[in-house]
Write a protein that binds this ligand. Structure first.
Ligand SMILES: NC(=O)C1=CN([C@@H]2O[C@H](COP(=O)(O)OP(=O)(O)OC[C@H]3O[C@@H](n4cnc5c(N)ncnc54)[C@H](O)[C@@H]3O)[C@@H](O)[C@H]2O)C=CC1
Ligand SMILES: O=C(O)[C@@H]1CCC=N1
Length: 272
């Protein structure tokens, strides 16, 4: 059953400030879980780009002040370089009754609270674009938020997938593994598809086989709680084709390239 049905948790109006890739994914995820569209505001500069949400009765506007005034929960999904100026513009309209949730990477709770008055409660969250289909993994962290507000934030992100509470010091790592992770996995799937076409499948069939196989592999870990290598051992017949292919992939730097990519991503966030 959709998570927001028959709960008290869907009584707050939510404003998503910055309806771009992630902001829109969050709005779509809320709609999928039957959050009342009339209790969702989404803002962006070019508001016409939100017409698909408007058609679903979501309030869409370029007026951030209006969205803030009409809402209890404010989810900021702006690019990091925009948040300071937008928060400063909105500061006089944000009250202690608001809950601020920032999904912005590389902008700390301290930096956020420096733009606002001290009594404002802030939660940092790091979801991914699978929020649109209720399959995000969201890490959340907070310093001054009440247990009730942390519960509220968790409830929202649980509706969009799963939520893990972390220490803020791990937020860059959460950004890389969880949010950038979607892109890494999709690139892996794309490579599987390209290989699949080379060995005989048409693109559509290769996409279906690769995507469902990745889903199945994930579910084996999520449902059984096993180590990946335990499941790999069940596939690798001695002298068989799986181990031959896997070893060739490793000779070519498969695991190493992924680990190095993850480290490069976090270094990119932490370089300034
Ligand atoms: N895209 C992703 O997968 C993820 C993004 N993030 C973080 O979320 C934030 C947003 O990322 P994206 O959605 O990818 O960026 P985006 O550029 O697609 O979205 C930002 C949106 O903000 C709008 N905007 C700009 N100025 C505005 C203003 N003054 N008022 C209202 N809206 C305004 C832009 O028009 C744009 O639609 C970034 O900080 C990013 O690091 C975090 C996790 C995943
Ligand atoms: O690439 C980025 O910087 C953002 C942060 C996480 C996903 N996209």
């Amino acid at each position: 059953m959709p998570l927001f049905i028959n709960t008290k948790m869907n009584q707050d109006t939510i404003a998503i400030i910055g309806g771009g890739n992630l902001g829109k994914s969050i709005a779509l995820g809320l709609l999928k879980q039957q959050y009342n569209p009339e209790q969702i505001y989404v803002t962006r500069t070019k508001v016409a780009l939100l017409d698909d949400l408007k058609a679903q009765r979501v309030h869409t506007t370029s007026d951030n002040v209006l969205a803030v005034q009409q809402s209890k929960i404010l989810i900021f999904a702006l690019k990091p370089y925009r948040i300071e100026s937008v928060l400063k513009e909105l500061a006089s309209h944000i009250t202690k009754d608001h809950l601020i949730i920032s999904v912005i990477s590389d902008f700390s709770l301290e930096q956020l609270s420096n733009c606002l008055t001290s009594e404002i409660q802030i939660v940092r969250a790091m979801p991914n674009t699978a929020a649109a289909i209720g399959e995000s993994l969201t890490c959340i962290a907070s310093k001054n938020a009440s247990a009730e507000n942390i519960k509220k934030a968790t409830f929202i992100f649980d509706a969009l997938g799963e939520t893990i509470e972390i220490d803020e010091s791990l937020m860059d790592a959460a950004t890389v593994l969880g949010a950038c992770g979607i892109a890494y996995v999709l690139r892996f799937i794309r490579a599987m598809i390209q290989g699949g076409i080379e060995i005989g499948f048409d693109a559509k069939t290769a996409t279906k086989i690769a995507s469902q196989t990745v889903k199945g592999a994930s579910e084996l870990l999520l449902q059984n709680g096993n180590h990946p290598e335990e499941e790999i051992d069940k596939v690798t017949t001695p002298k068989g084709c799986t181990i031959a292919g896997l070893n060739e992939m490793e000779h070519q730097g498969f695991s190493s390239s992924l680990i190095k990519g993850i480290k490069t991503s976090i270094e990119t966030i932490q370089k300034d």
